[in-house]
Design a protein around this ligand. Structure first.
Ligand code: ZN
Length: 386
């Protein structure tokens, strides 16, 4: 898939290693449900499931040249799956290489469309996207969802080629009537087969479900959204739709960690006043904040039990380890100028695999900034009920 051959290895040595979706799902199910603390301990001890580390070479594109996304699926509850996309397995190039799903950063719309369609195909689900504005506003997707794109529902405020221009069910359209926009930072639904998507490249995706009531939700929880109460508002809407707080399970997606998210004294103090104990001293030496910790505090306040917040880290650790010899990831690290060019070195320096800045599997706005890049791609964290 690469046109960059300067450092190409001989053909025979390029053996892309891919996560086998089914194996990963089975391994996750076998892993059972552990709390965040238990899973983190297990991960520290290197207790990965061997089943998913079995390597198998799968081409990054299919016979027609369509992208084959590398995603990390996690079973959150019976019938409810969370999926994290990575930078791998798409057709975007340059700063957006390879699996960029955001259309606002300057990537070619046609490539974004192809990536999104490939993702919908892989998920066997429709994808729903809204326009994230760092608000605390959730939307009831049951009222709003309408097929308007080849991959599902696009109300994210951008148009990609091939999207129809039907505009009935959305609350705002562009002046020329062609772009559908719903400003919101969380989606809630009782429908099955619809993957609620959160764009992210440092901000925190929070995925929630009450599997008994059949209610799922996805929230975009950046610094501002957390302070303004996006998690509380999302849980409230879930309850309005039949969920019970004590039954809700949740997990936190990839996001910049407290060791890396430097924000300055004033912002860190203000954030810590809302979420006590989230003030950090970053590895860059300045004051920072821990938005993951803040989200856990917000979830507890919203009535989501700590022992029902499951860690995604063991699965992401395993996926990262699994991809440690991936040819595509090696190529990205060589070319992205966002840290050590050697994949083994990059991975060796990771302290938190969920951290977008540290782990080259993820897009990171801050990491791109540090590399003096004008833009970067966006991943999606999704939740879907079957
Ligand atoms: Zn970090």
């Amino acid at each position: 898939m690469s046109e960059h051959n300067d450092n190409a290895q001989p053909e025979g040595e390029r053996t892309p290693v891919r996560i086998d979706l089914q194996q990963l799902l089975e391994a996750v199910q076998a892993h059972g449900q552990k709390t965040v603390d238990q899973q983190d301990e297990a991960a520290k001890d290197g207790q990965y499931d061997d089943a998913i580390l079995d390597s198998s070479a799968i081409a990054p594109t299919d016979d027609e040249g369509n992208p084959v996304p590398v995603t990390i699926p996690i079973v959150l509850a019976p019938g409810v799956t969370v999926v994290y996309t990575t930078r791998l397995g798409g057709v975007s190039e340059g700063d957006f290489a390879h699996f960029n799903l955001g259309a606002k950063g300057g990537d070619l719309p046609e490539r974004v469309r192809r990536n999104r369609e490939a993702l919908a195909n892989e998920l066997h689900a429709r994808i729903s996207l809204v326009n994230q504005v760092h608000s605390a506003t959730p939307v009831d997707l049951d009222d709003l969802y309408e097929e308007n794109a080849a991959y599902g529902f696009n109300a994210s405020g951008m148009r990609v080629p091939g999207d129809p221009v039907e505009v009935d069910a959305v609350d705002r359209v562009s002046d020329d009537g062609t772009i559908q926009v719903i400003d919101a930072d969380a989606q809630v639904t009782t429908r099955t087969g619809i993957a609620l998507g959160v764009f992210a490249a440092d901000c925190l995706p929070v995925l929630l479900a009450d599997p008994e009531a059949g209610v799922t939700a996805a929230a975009h929880a950046g610094r501002k959204g957390l302070v303004d109460g996006v998690i509380d508002a999302t849980v409230d809407m879930m309850v309005d739709k039949g969920a019970q707080r004590g039954r809700i399970v949740a997990t936190l997606g990839p996001a910049i960690c407290g060791d890396c998210y430097e924000v300055g004294d004033e912002i860190a103090d203000a954030f810590d006043a809302v979420f006590p104990g989230t003030f950090t001293l970053t590895r860059f030496g300045g004051p920072g904040i821990d938005i993951n910790k803040a989200a856990l505090i917000a979830l507890a306040k919203a009535g989501v039990d700590a022992d029902r917040v499951f860690s995604s880290q063991p699965r992401v650790n395993a996926a990262t380890q699994y991809l440690s010899h991936d040819a595509e990831l090696e190529e990205l690290c060589r070319e992205d100028n966002e840290g050590d060019p050697a994949l083994a070195e990059r991975l060796g320096h990771i302290r938190h695999s969920m951290c977008t800045l540290e782990n080259p599997l993820w897009f990171s706005h801050r990491r791109a900034q540090l590399a003096q890049k004008p833009h970067e791609g966006r991943m999606l964290a999704l939740i879907v009920r079957r």
